[in-house]
Design a protein around this ligand. Structure first.
Ligand code: UT7
Length: 325
């Protein structure tokens, strides 16, 4: 029996009040509002207070996702949490989510580290679990506290990132009962040759520190545009769809110009692209599920619509998931 993985509900969480570009200047960052708006599209981001950790935001987003899905925590049998800013080096942050939500002890729960593409990797992995019968109801989360890993003295990177979390509940259904809904295909890629273009200058094995984010912005931008253009083609054309079949693009929010470039390639108007970079900045693995949760919970994205989720980030990693909601 063929199984389809259907998204039953989604939730998003961002901490505290929005922090504007002007607020960053007041905090000592040598930047200006116009530069950030024009080059990136970012107007505000959210920054977690010192006592808040990645797990707290993951738990908050998951609770909303479970409620919207109408699924009890006890019915979840797999947790995958995508993050590059875990609470601890170990155990995985997914463990804290499992315990806090009251999920059944003993179910598999683990973190995935693919930086900004982490949620796409997590969703693809969960889909494989569901399709092979290893799980029936999975919670997939993207959660990040990027504010703790950026170098606040480096204006070329610190203004770009924000904190937050997004989560979805994915449920297995026999294809015959899925009415065409569910994940159609997932496409994951990585190319380690570009590691030095976006990385932290630390790590457990390297120097016992998390390190601070370093980025060659122009190079990342150039590859993001190309890799995303290729992966959207892979997802749409290999499934014998046309660009015009797509109802929604739910992209990783790294730079409004990258979003516009992908939309242009797909010949999609920007009102068919879920955009929240203006309010949240780049929240790494949280960005796609935050956008999806906003799209679904605002009533924009409707059941049965064809959605393309895509992301590109450090590694480089990139990927896409095509699904019918
Ligand atoms: O999520 C992972 C994927 N990440 C991405 O996709 C990010 C990709 N990269 C980008 O989005 C863009 O490359 C950036 C937004 C990071 C930078 O935009 P850019 O148009 O490539 O600017 P640039 O790095 O070439 O910098 C141009 C100028 C420089 O000044 P000079 O040397 O031309 O006088 C910088 O010093 O902008 C200056 N600058 C700033 N000015 C004010 C850099 N950062 C800032 C800042 N405020 N925050």
């Amino acid at each position: 029996m063929k199984i389809k993985s259907i998204i039953r509900g989604a939730g998003g969480f961002v901490p505290g009040e929005p922090v504007s570009n002007t607020d960053l200047i007041a905090r000592g960052v040598d930047t200006d509002d116009n530069w950030i708006r024009e080059r990136t599209g970012i107007m505000t981001r959210h920054i977690a207070p010192p006592e808040m950790m990645t797990s707290d935001m993951a738990i908050a987003a998951s609770e909303i996702a479970l409620k919207n899905a109408g699924v009890a925590a006890a019915d979840i049998d797999l947790i995958i949490l995508a993050t590059t800013t875990p609470d601890n080096t170990f155990p995985a942050t997914a463990m804290k989510v499992q315990t806090a939500l009251g999920c059944t002890p003993g179910i598999p729960a683990f973190d995935i580290q693919a930086v900004c593409s982490g949620f796409i990797y997590g969703l693809a992995t969960a889909n494989s679990y569901l399709q092979t019968g290893l799980a029936k109801r999975a919670l997939i989360i993207g959660a990040e506290t990027m504010s703790r890993v950026v170098d606040w003295t480096d204006r070329s990177t610190c203004v770009l990132f924000g904190d937050g979390a997004g989560a979805v509940v994915l449920e297995a259904a026999p294809e015959a009962e899925a009415s065409g809904r569910g994940i159609i295909s997932s496409h994951l890629h990585a190319d380690g040759r570009y590691g030095p273009k976006l990385y932290t200058d630390g790590g457990v094995a390297m120097n016992q520190r998390a390190g601070l984010l370093q980025m060659d912005g122009r190079e990342v931008y150039r590859h993001a545009v190309t890799n995303l253009a290729e992966v959207v083609d892979e997802a749409i054309l290999q499934n014998n769809f046309k660009y015009s079949d797509l109802d929604w693009l739910v992209p990783h929010q790294a730079n409004i110009r990258i979003l516009e470039s992908t939309a242009k390639k797909l010949d999609m108007p920007m009102d068919k692209v879920i955009v929240n970079i203006d309010r949240y900045g780049n929240t790494s693995a949280a960005s796609v599920p935050l956008a999806l949760a906003e799209g679904m919970n605002s009533g924009k994205i409707k059941e049965g619509e064809l959605c393309l989720l895509e992301a590109m980030g450090a590694g480089f990693t990139w990927g896409a998931v095509l699904l019918r909601l």
